[in-house]
Structures are given as structure tokens and as C-alpha cells.
Design a binder for this molecule. Structure first.
Ligand code: AMP
Length: 299
């Protein structure tokens, strides 16, 4: 079933304790789309500049990512530079140039308006709401956000939360949004703001899922070496919602399986810079690590 993602497609420069990678493919919607494309076709709505490598767009297309919603504008693409500390849960933004992304005003191609699965990657809540106005009766809508929007556009974010059934944020954002340090209390507060369920992403500690009826906890796959955690959360979201779109299974068990698939994709993502590992990954690799996850958590 069709899956739509709206958000940033960028060119990143990354510095981690393992090395430096200039000008690699980045952006939240990129990671989401690539991860989801392991499970089925993806519709991408984004804007890039005319500096964006044609070869990357061609690679998207070969992966089954539809580019009808990707606008190429004169100018430079969004460019972000981030540096990670020795503790890779901590990072600094060294530079952020919005460039053509500054005036991003998502317009869905008519054929995208019936998308049953929708993911609103991290962009201003008013733009996320604008996307929601354009889709007809989606079966599942997920959204991400960030500290910037929680701190600067709270009324718009609050209005959006009343319309988004699944919120996917990290632990720091959950604390800021809820005013609670404890994740269980934070989740309860967030659910009272509107979403039916919330996924709290905790980096190397895995994910917590809360909904009215259930709590589910999945660890991160234990890796000896993490190269680059950029976009792990978006990759997780792409794997999870991509799998839900493929299976169509909205039962609790189906949802839990999808959460583990999301964790599998994120674990591969962090093994190299800028998601390079995903370029050589096969569906067999995904299934193998899924089975390892099952045995890892069985007792
Ligand atoms: P994450 O690790 O989930 O925070 O995602 C990092 C990605 O988000 C990088 O590839 C950046 O290009 C992109 N990014 C950074 N800042 C922003 C922003 N303000 N809006 C949208 N995307 C951003």
C-alpha cells in the first residue's frame, strides 16, 4: 500500500569519533524513504537545489521511490553539518543552511492525495498540517518533530498533535514536550495531547512504544561499533511504517513486528556514514537480523 513521506532531503557533512564524511546524502525524509523502500513503493515530497547529485535521485528511483513530488529549484540544497561527541548520543550542529528548503511549501501531486500511509518528517508543524489538509482519509499518519518546534511554535504543534495518531520522537524531545523526566509519565502526558500512540526513540537504548492499551519495549541491536547515528530515528520510522504498509496488519502483533523491523533497519543504518550500509543491504540481510532480534529478546 502506498506510503507518502514529506520532509527534508539534504547534503550533510558528518564528524564522528570514527571519522569525517563531507557532502553525503542526508535529510530526514531521505532516511525514511530509503528504509521504507525495502518493503514497498514510497512517494517522496521534498525540495532540493540544482546542486543535488542527479545520481542520488536516480538511485532513489531505482529503489522504488517516486520522485513526482520532488521539486528541483535553482540554488543550493539544505546543508547540515553535525559533530558527535565521544558519547554519540550527544551531538552539536556546526552549521545549518536551509537554502532552497527555507521556502519549502509542500504541494502533493494529485495522485498522492489518496496515500493510505503518511509520514510527516521533521519540518515546521504548520507545514506538516498543510500536508494533512491535502490527504484524503489516510489509514495511518505518523509524525516527528524537534526541540526547535517545541520551543518556538508550540500552538501550531499542539494543533497538529490533535490530528496525528502516531508521534515518533526521541527521549529529549519527549521530556521537553511533556515537562516530565520519567519516560512513562512523559508518554502518558503526550497521549493526553492527542496522539493515540507514541514511540520514544532512545538511540543505543532502543525504543519505547506506548498506546492506551499497551507498552512495548525493544532494545537497539547490540553493535560493537557505531559509525554514524545520523538519521537512525528516521530510518527506524521508515522501516516500521514501511513494514506496516507492506503487511497491512494493524493488530498488536503486527505492530510489534513492524517496530522490530524498524529497529533492524536503524541498526544497519548506523554501521556506516550517511546510510552507506543501506546501499548494499538486501532483504535477506533484513530478515536475518530480524530473526536475531527475536532470539535476542526471547526468554
Ligand atoms: P536526525 O539524526 O534524526 O536528527 O536527522 C538528521 C538529519 O536531519 C540530517 O540528515 C539533516 O540534514 C536533517 N536536518 C537537520 N536539521 C534539520 C531541520 N531543521 N529540518 C529538517 N531537517 C533537518
Amino acid at each position: 500500500m502506498s506510503l507518502l513521506v514529506v520532509g527534508s532531503v539534504a547534503i550533510d557533512t558528518l564528524e564522528t569519533p570514527r571519522g569525517r564524511a563531507p557532502d553525503v546524502l542526508g535529510g530526514a525524509a531521505t532516511y525514511f524513504a530509503v528504509a521504507a523502500s525495502f518493503f514497498g513503493p514510497v512517494r517522496l515530497v521534498a525540495v532540493v537545489g540544482d546542486d543535488f547529485p542527479r545520481a542520488e535521485l536516480d538511485w532513489f528511483a531505482r529503489r522504488g521511490i517516486d520522485l513526482a513530488g520532488v521539486e528541483v529549484r535553482p540554488g543550493r540544497s539544505l546543508r547540515w553539518t553535525g559533530r558527535y561527541h565521544e558519547d554519540m548520543n550527544v551531538r552539536d550542529t556546526l552549521s545549518f543552511e536551509a537554502n532552497v528548503f527555507e521556502h519549502f511549501a509542500p504541494e502533493l501531486p494529485a495522485a498522492y492525495r489518496d496515500s493510505p500511509f503518511v509520514f510527516l518528517a521533521n519540518i515546521a508543524p504548520a507545514l506538516q498540517a498543510r500536508v494533512l489538509e491535502q490527504v484524503r482519509a489516510p489509514r495511518l499518519v505518523g509524525a516527528d518533530t524537534m526541540n526547535l518546534w517545541i520551543e518556538t511554535t508550540r500552538p501550531e504543534l499542539d494543533a497538529l498533535l490533535r490530528q496525528v495518531p502516531l508521534l515518533m520522537i526521541n527521549d529529549e524531545e519527549a521530556r521537553l514536550l511533556s515537562g516530565e523526566r520519567n519516560m512513562v509519565r512523559a508518554a502518558r502526558r503526550i497521549l493526553a495531547m492527542g496522539p493515540e500512540s507514541v514511540m520514544i526513540k532512545r538511540g543505543e537504548y532502543g525504543v519505547l512504544y506506548f498506546s492506551g492499551e499497551s507498552v512495548f519495549v525493544v532494545p537497539a541491536y547490540p553493535l560493537e561499533e557505531v559509525f554514524d547515528p545520523t538519521g537512525a530515528g528516521d530510518t527506524f520510522a521508515g522501516g516500521m511504517i514501511g513494514h506496516l504498509a507492506e503487511s497491512g496488519d494493524r493488530s498488536e502483533a503486527g505492530l510489534r513486528r513492524a517496530i522490530v523491523y524498524g529497529s533492524v533497519l536503524a541498526s544497519y543504518m548506523v554501521e556506516d556514514f550517511g546510510g552507506r550500509r543501506l546501499r548494499t543491504l538486501s532483504r535477506d540481510d533484513v530478515e536475518r537480523r530480524y530473526r536475531q532480534f527475536v532470539s535476542l529478546t526471547e526468554f
